[in-house]
Design a protein. Structure first.
Length: 85
């Protein structure tokens, strides 16, 4: 592995109306990042903050595309501040 940083992120999405699930999706993505040169962040810090934020943008776009193509409309996830998590 050496200078590779592996980050996995999972989203469980459910759209309900009156306690009835109208749509659901589980999206899991793996990012493989490579550290080149020196960094002020440890690999763990990078994974929890930068890596997670990068992967979240792809998950959000994928969910929006799935929902739009399925006909349930456009779904836009709220941004997440990974520095506070």
């Amino acid at each position: 592995m050496g200078n590779q940083i592996l980050v996995t992120e999972t989203l469980d999405y459910k759209r309900t109306q009156k306690d009835i699930i109208g749509a659901s999706a589980k999206i899991e993505m793996l990012g493989i990042f490579e550290q080149v040169g020196e960094s002020i962040l440890t690999p763990e810090q990078f994974g929890k903050v930068n890596g997670a934020a990068i992967i979240f943008s792809f998950i959000s776009e994928h969910l929006a595309g799935l929902c739009n193509k399925s006909g349930i409309g456009f779904v836009l996830l709220s941004p997440i501040n990974f520095t506070n998590n």
